[in-house]
Design a protein around this ligand. Sequence first.
Ligand code: PLP
Length: 389
Amino acid sequence: MPPLPIETRLRTELADLACQGLARRRRLLQSPCGPQAEVEGRKMLAFASNDYLGLAAHPALAEAMAEGALRWGAGSGASHLVSGHLAPHAALEQRLAEFTGFPRALTFSTGYLANLAVSPTLAPGRDDAIFADKLNHASLIDAARLSRARHHRYPHNDMAALARLLAASDARTKVIVSDTVFSMDGDLAPLPELFELAERFDAWLVVDDAHGFGVLGPHGEGSLAHCRLPAHPRVILMGTLGKAAGVGGAFVAGSEIAIDYLLQKARSYIFTTAQPPAVATALMKSLELIAAGDDRRAHLQALIRQLQEALSGLPWQLLPSATAIQPLLVGDNEAALALSQALWEQGLWVVAIRPPTVPAGSARLRISLSAAHRPEDVARLAEALRGLA
Ligand SMILES: *Cc1c(COP(=O)(O)O)cnc(C)c1O
C-alpha cells in the first residue's frame, strides 16, 4: 500500500527526531526485573529500573499475587463506584492510610491516573490556581492542563519565587504541587518550606512521592516522614506502587474530607476500572516487606555512598542526590547516548535521558540503584565509566 497523505507529517517528524538523536526505542527484557537481566539475548547488569528495594521479582509478592488471583479472580469487573471495589482494595486502602499516617487513602491503577485526579479536582476553575515546580513529573503537568485553573510554574525548588507568586494571587483555591524526590535529578523538594508557604497562603500542598515511598522515612513511609512533616489536613500525599513497592498502581492519602471529595469528583478515579484485586493482595505483602525493610534501605544507602565515592573525579558530574536516582550529567544528547551505548557494549544497562524529559543541554545517564545490587555491581559500573572517561 502506498503511504497515506495524512502520514506525511508523522513521517517528517519521526525523521526529525531521529536526526536530533531524540528517537526512543524500547529494549526487550527477557527476564524478570532485576540487576541480572537478559535483554535482547544478552546477559546485562541493569541500573535502569525504579525497583529501588528489589521487590519487583520477589517470590513472596508473586505468590501473594497468584493466591490473590485464585481467591478473587483476575479482574475487578468495573470501576470502584460501580461494582469493582473488592475487599482486597478496601484492605489496601486502610493499610496505606495507617502506614502513611493519614486518615484515609484511595488507590488508583497508575500514578499517572492518581495525579490526574488531584490538582484538577481541587482546582478546577478559572478562578483557581496551581503552583508547580518547573521540574515536576509529566503527569503533574498534564494534570494541570486538565484544569481551567491558572498554571504558575516556579523555578526548581525556588521558594522565594513561589512565595511571590502566591502573594500576588487572588485565586479562590490555591494548590501547590511538587515532586518530593525529582525523578530525573534525584534531589528533594524543601518540604518544610513548601508546607510553611501552604499554611501562610492557605493553599493545598500536593506532593508526589513516587521516588520516596518505600525508600525514605524511618521505615519507608516516604518523604514526608523523612522530613518529619505531619499528616496535616492541607497536605495530600500521592505515592506510586510500581517503583519501590515493586508491583503497580498508586494511592492518594489525605484527610477524610479531601479523600471523600476526590472519590465523589475525580474523573480519573470514577471513570476507570479498578485494578485487578490480585494487585492489591500483592501490594499488601509488599507493604509488609517495606515496613520490615530497614536492611534493604541501609544496603541501598551504602551502595549510594559507594557509587558517589567511586565516580568522583570523572569528567561527568553526578548531580547531588541522596536517593537511589544518581544522574550523571553529560550535556549533549549524542554524547549521552554514546556513553550509554558504550556501557551497553560492556554488558551494562544504564539509560540515557534526553529532552524533552530533561531540559535541553542536560542529557544525562540516569543511574538507578536498587537494594538488589551488590557492591561488586556498583564497582563494575564505576570501573567501566572510568575506562570510558
Ligand atoms: C513514575 C511516576 C509517576 C507515574 O506513576 P505510574 O504509576 O508509573 O503511572 C508519577 N510521578 C512521578 C514523579 C513518577 O516518577
